[in-house]
Design a binder for this molecule. Structure first.
Ligand code: GLC
Length: 801
């Protein structure tokens, strides 16, 4: 058993023998003679939910994490009572529940492999201080088993041998070993014998996970209160586990507006207006693409949310409009702390309507944040969320702000040892009143949700864009996120890489770090390497605190500016590729970044890799994480890959040195891929795009690629007005075929594709489009074979001479 060192334990308690079994449609109840009941729900053939009570009845079943849109339903459910156990079988899983102690063992239904097994199983300790139980679960950990996930933990990708706590925490200048930090995502994937499963412990109290740290053959998770309530997902592919978890806790409700996938420039703080304009006009002057500019807390009047400092920003509406005319979308920060000020309308409304959090004995929860003493809305109350959403009307509808950045929503409180509310603060929890012990981890999520609802309403018919610092499982439905206050060090570049990958395998792909580091100042080289990584992070923003000098692409030297420009341009070229990947994320939960283990779990070499990852489905990227490097060693996953820079083909399945001087980084394209590219723009929508380039990477064999387009904003795509082009590539030694299948009703603005074929092993003799030969005179045959075709071809067939 995992020892609980903090509480004098009265001793762990366990279920006794099962004396009763009952079935109610998809729910199975196993009752022990000491009042423990296990409620086993068959959600899907590969998804089971385990929920335990120790008092004979269950509490109201309520979760902020689970989406109402989750897929449910199974093909098969059989229950058999055997001599020593109950056996529950679906088409994917067989689950045995032992009669003598309620312990659970889960097997692959097809080949009988034991996937996951209780060690101590469910047990608990009574909580004298708060009532209820400290609920615990321990599972067998096998030799060679690996663990992944858990959100934003800043350490090695493989969690084996580590112990972590989940309690969202403002962690200024956190480090590799700081735990916990900003997010709570109590979901992990286990991988053993090439088969992956997932466990999501949906409990919002402070929880802990021990991955064979205390005892080498035990993995456990426990929580300071609430229920033992976990979901078990079976793959056996890790990608399916991640997609299934994402389906359960929710895919983003919408695509982001396309501009939000562009480059964002931020600082604490750009003010006054002339400074903001100086920054944006320098981007345009230097021709560095950028789509978003941020206003940090100094735009407000004394840090009062929803106000403006009129000295710095005399006419925000005009400014925002002018910025927009130059292609810049303005994003403004909004924190949860509302300044105690009887003259301040937001404070007054909150007070009059009783919207602020209170302590157990009735006083308001008072805490210091940027504005000084504040009260804090109880975002767990639906009425408060509604009010909060309404506060955005002026900011969005009237002033024209295009995105909102929610910060300090752990909630962070200054000058107190625990950095947040005391445990006794009361919350509505959507009609399930509770203390802060239970609501802490979801407070920020509910703030982001209320913000999202406001933006959705007032940005309409455009799509909302929100960023949050704190998050619990499911927050990805509403918002993007960043990894909080990091530091300008090489170690933090490593951490940023880990965190973005880990977030993606934890269902929350739309994430990025403060590029260059928030605290302290990077040297040009570190900044450059960080931008290179950022190109491959879904959320791509430079941010830094105000007190360490400038951190714009031109703040270093000219070489840095040029290299940074070149890389941001690559991002802008890859926008249709990333947008297509995002479509697959919102459509079926496909993570935008795939760590190598997620990409190829059968190759055991991938289980302990940290640096390389797949961006979307077909681009392999690996940041350079050390100073003075001329390249690096990296693992190339199995298959053949094209070096992005020179089209050299490398054969994967081994480690390799890859040249990457400061103006380069290791990037590879999977053979057979068709990568769609935009022309370079200074911001999304600058140009009307009449032609999309398709970079086709020859392969002997077959490969699938896609291109998604819609109006780049708005909700029409939800009514079928999108265009999804599915490409099937077939390469042979003397010919090559690309078939195109189209879905959707959107008439894309581009007319043609510029096809660029890389690595073609033969000379082109004939090109046929839908069985008609085309003239070859505009074909460039030296280097890349390049020609233009109408976008609506069904079959493009290239024959050798
Ligand atoms: C917090 C945020 C940071 C922001 C600062 C001022 O430290 O994490 O991003 O710039 O507050 O608002």
């Amino acid at each position: 058993m995992i020892v609980n060192t903090e509480l004098e334990s009265k001793g762990d308690l366990f279920p006794s023998k099962i004396i009763n079994f009952k079935k109610d449609v998809d729910k199975l109840y196993f009752s022990a003679d000491n009042d423990v009941i296990l409620e086993l729900t068959v959600v899907r053939d590969s998804l089971l939910r385990f929920r335990y009570t120790t008092v004979g009845t269950f509490d109201n079943d309520f979760s902020y994490a689970i989406t109402k849109y989750a897929s449910i339903g199974y093909n098969k459910l059989e229950i058999e009572e055997k001599e020593t156990c109950y056996e529950v079988t679906t088409s994917k899983l067989r689950c045995e529940i032992s009669k003598k102690d309620m312990k659970v063992s889960i097997y692959d239904a097809k080949d009988g492999t034991l996937i996951n097994q209780d060690e101590g199983g469910f047990h608990w300790e009574e909580s004298y201080e708060f009532g209820g139980n400290i609920v615990k679960m321990s599972k067998v950990s096998n030799n060679g088993e690996s663990y992944f996930g858990l959100g934003d933990k800043p350490n090695h990708l493989n969690l084996k041998g580590k112990r972590y706590d989940n309690w969202v925490t403002d962690s200024y200048a956190f480090g590799k070993d700081t735990d916990p930090i900003y997010k709570t995502i109590p979901f992990y994937t286990g991988l053993h014998h090439g088969k992956a499963y997932g466990i999501f412990f949906d409990n919002t109290f402070k929880s802990s996970f021990d991955f064979a740290h205390e005892r080498r053959n035990v993995t456990s998770f426990w929580s300071q209160g609430g229920e033992m309530n976990y979901y078990f997902f079976y793959g056996p592919k890790m990608n399916d586990v991640v997609e299934s978890y994402t389906d359960l806790t929710g895919k983003p409700h919408h695509l982001p507006p396309l501009w939000a996938l562009g480059f964002h420039q931020c600082k604490w703080s750009y003010y006054p207006e002339s400074k903001v304009k100086e920054i944006t006009s320098t981007f345009r002057k230097l021709k560095i693409p950028c789509d978003a500019i941020y206003l940090d807390i100094d735009y407000m009047e004394g840090f009062r949310c929803f106000t403006w400092n009129k000295e710095y920003f005399p006419d925000p509406k005009r400014m925002v409009k002018e910025l927009l005319a130059d292609g810049f979308k303005t994003v403004a920060i909004i924190d949860p702390g509302i300044k105690i000020d009887k003259e301040y309308s937001v404070f007054k409304e909150g007070l009059e309507n009783d919207y602020f959090c209170k302590r157990a004995d009735g006083d308001y929860m008072k805490g210091k944040v940027w504005p000084g003493e504040c009260y804090f809305p109880d975002f767990t109350n639906p009425e408060v969320r509604e009010w909060w959403s309404g506060l955005f009307q002026e900011l969005i509808e009237d002033i024209g702000i295009k995105g909102v950045w929610n910060d300090m929503n752990e909630p962070a409180v200054m000058e107190v040892p625990n950095k947040t509310f005391p445990d006794d603060v009361r919350h509505d929890y959507d009609g399930n009143p509770c203390s802060h012990r239970k609501a802490h981890n979801i407070y920020g999520m509910q703030m982001a949700r209320a913000t999202y609802q406001g933006l959705k309403k007032y940005s309409y018919p455009k799509r909302p864009f929100v960023i949050t610092r704190s998050a619990y499982s499911g927050t990805q439905r509403y918002t993007s996120t960043w990894t909080g206050d990091n530091v300008a060090t090489w170690e933090h570049l490593w951490i940023a890489n880990i965190q973005a990958q880990r977030m993606a395998m934890s269902g929350f792909s739309f994430a990025g770090s403060d590029i260059g580091g928030f605290a302290e100042q990077p040297q040009g080289e570190l900044f450059t390497r960080w931008i290179q990584l950022g190109v491959f992070h879904p959320f791509f923003r430079v941010h830094s605190s105000g007190d360490h000098g400038d951190q714009e692409p031109w703040a270093f030297d000219e070489d840095v500016t040029d290299i940074v420009r070149k890389f941001i341009e690559i991002r802008y070229q890859l926008l249709p590729y990333l947008y297509t990947a995002f479509w697959n994320y919102i459509d079926h939960g496909a993570p935008l970044l795939k760590s190598l283990v997620l990409y190829d779990q059968e190759d055991v070499q991938t289980h302990y890799r940290t640096d390389e990852f797949i961006f979307g489905e077909q681009i392999l990227a690996c940041p350079v994480l050390e100073p003075n490097a001329k390249g690096r060693r990296m693992y190339i996953p199995k298959g053949n890959w094209y070096n992005f820079w020179n089209d050299e083909i490398v054969i994967g399945g081994k480690e390799k040195w890859v040249d990457a001087d400061i103006d380069s980084m290791p990037i590879f394209i999977k053979e057979g891929a068709i990568i769609p590219k935009f022309p370079i723009q200074q911001y999304v929508g600058e140009k009307e795009i009449k032609e999309i380039t398709l970079d086709v990477y020859y392969k002997k064999g077959k490969e699938k690629s896609q291109l998604f387009s819609d109006a780049n904003d708005g909700f029409d795509y939800t009514k079928g007005r999108y265009s999804l082009r599915n490409f099937r590539f077939t390469g042979k030694s003397k010919d090559l075929i690309i078939n195109q299948y189209k879905e959707g009703k959107f008439a894309a603005p581009y007319d043609t594709f510029k096809i660029q074929i890389h690595g073609l092993p033969f000379e082109i003799g004939v090109i046929q489009i839908d069985n008609e030969s085309i003239a070859l005179d505009h074909l460039k045959v030296d280097g890349i074979h390049s020609f233009v075709v109408d976008k609506d071809f069904s079959e493009l067939h290239i024959f050798s001479i």
